[in-house]
Design a protein around this ligand. Structure first.
Ligand SMILES: *Cc1c(COP(=O)(O)O)cnc(C)c1O
Length: 477
């Protein structure tokens, strides 16, 4: 159809608003949302899309009908589910899709206090003049990491981007082929490198990289030796990689700094709690890295942030880099980060009060006790409203959970789950019912069973979780 005919077939907004089904839609939905949805659909028609089914040359009336019939779905899209609280029963402690670290109560309080009023964000109360917003976390980070200088940005991706742009723009960065990682969707080391303006120089092979591979690749153009933590995968079998310490010796000898993207980078000594595999930031720096970058909301257990720690010669100039302003952290993040870091002053406080650290280090007995409480509570609900439940069974089973979220790919921690089964519903159907209830519960299905992993469920969530399970047991009765 010629474009002129097509345009003449386009109805007006008011013609659509006047139709009876749309008037009904306006009873339940705000006019602005319905108007927005109409405009989205009209834009598609203008763009050449034929909405009315079967019509080769759609009339204006047919287009109105087509738009009206699609409107409820378009309105539903615009009113998509708001951000809401969910119960994480997956056992994955650092779960990126579920918002990573739940904050400690101390951090939540700090956010509330900072959010509701003015603060000394960039104000020196002693001198009465301007100061830097990072002072509120710097002293704590220096003490915890042993670094000479630290800088905090929006997330770890930003920390890496800024470090590469600031130190290696227009020059070469050497990375092992075994460490060219992708951390979910858009974060891929080669792409971040290209965007920063640094040139990637790959060395070694996927499974083995030797020190001599790095050595041979060094040219007068080399600005950095980069080491990336394999956060979400492992390489096993015939493998070989160069340790931070070896790389640091080479870097020192040739006058080239070593940047280590630790990914999660622990602040708590998880290895002493029997969880191997993740060095602390302090250990990475002590091993010789000049700059280390980590996330704030993975194993640290704080708000989304990226921490750059290392020697003053490399980190201090990054604070003045033009990208720093675009990547800077807001006051609520600084309030939460400062309060979370304060808890690390005493490892016992860290393991009791920082939810991420607590969940990872909690004893199996404590997890089992929560499973027992949950089952008792659901049974009590069934006794209170008998008759409306099908023979729904809950059994307590030993299982394994994984820290996840690009934290410790090879580590599994013993846990206790409640397996849920129902004679009339598949595990997938039960899972869907739990996810779509008023308090959404995200569980996991393993070997044909729906599992509620109590390692990632808080004591305060047991009542809501029991209600959700009881509702699922009674659904359709
Ligand atoms: C998670 C991760 C990142 C990205 O960190 P964000 O804080 O999500 O930006 C980068 N590198 C590694 C190795 C990671 O594990």
């Amino acid at each position: 159809m010629p474009a002129s005919d097509r345009l003449s077939a386009i109805p007006s907004v008011s013609a659509i608003l006047d139709s009876l089904p749309v008037r009904d839609l306006l009873v339940d939905h705000p006019r602005e949302v319905v108007l927005s949805a109409i405009r989205v659909l009209l834009e598609r028609v203008r763009g050449g899309e034929v909405l009315s089914v079967g019509a080769v040359s759609p009339s204006r009336a047919a287009t109105v009908d087509a738009i009206v019939s699609r409107l409820p779905a378009e309105v539903a899209l615009l009113e998509a589910i708001p951000l809401c609280r969910v119960i994480n029963a997956t056992g994955v402690v650092v779960h990126t899709n579920l918002g990573r670290a739940p904050l400690p109560a101390e951090a939540i309080k700090a956010i509330a206090e900072t959010a509701g009023g003015y603060s000394n964000l960039e104000f020196d109360l002693e001198k009465g003049g301007r100061s830097s917003r990072s002072v509120h976390v710097e002293a704590r980070l220096l003490a915890l990491t042993g670094a000479e200088c630290v800088h905090v940005v929006n997330n770890n991706a930003a920390a890496i981007m800024l470090s590469l742009a600031g130190i290696a723009r227009g020059r070469e960065v050497i990375v092992s082929r075994g460490e060219l990682v992708e951390i979910g969707g858009s974060f891929r080391i080669p792409d971040v490198m290209a965007e920063s303006g640094a040139r990637l120089v790959e060395v070694g092979t996927t499974n083995r990289t030797r020190l001599s591979d790095y050595e041979r690749a060094i040219t007068p153009e080399t600005a950095l030796l980069l080491k990336v933590h394999r956060s979400n995968f492992t390489i096993t079998g015939f493998t070989g990689e160069v340790s931070t310490a070896e790389l640091a010796v080479l870097g020192k000898a040739r006058g080239i700094p070593v940047l280590e993207d630790l990914g999660s980078g622990a602040f708590f000594p998880f290895s002493t709690a029997g969880i191997p595999g993740t060095p602390t930031v302090r250990e990475a720096l002590a091993a010789g890295s000049d700059i280390v970058t980590v996330s704030g909301d993975k194993l640290l257990g704080g708000p989304q942030a990226g921490i750059i720690a290392g020697s003053k010669a490399f980190v201090a100039p990054l604070k003045k880099h033009p990208l720093s302003r675009a990547l800077r952290v807001d006051k609520l993040c600084l309030a939460a980060l400062s309060a979370t870091l304060a808890l690390y002053a005493d490892p016992l406080d860290a393991s009791r009060r920082i939810p991420t650290v607590r969940m990872l280090t909690e004893t199996i007995e404590a997890v089992r006790a929560r499973a027992v409480r949950l089952v008792r509570r659901v049974k009590a609900l069934e006794r209170r409203s008998p008759g409306d439940s099908a023979p729904f069974t809950l059994s307590i089973v030993p299982e394994m959970s994984s820290p996840g979220g690009g934290a410790m790919p090879e580590v599994e921690i013993a846990t206790v789950c409640v397996a849920v089964s129902h004679p009339l519903r598949s595990p997938g159907a039960l899972d869907h019912l739990l996810r779509t209830g008023s308090t959404p519960v995200v569980a996991r299905i393993s070997r044909g069973k729906l599992l509620i992993d109590l390692r990632t469920v808080g004591d305060h969530e047991i009542a809501a979780l029991a209600d959700a399970l009881h509702r699922v047991a009674s659904a359709g009765h």
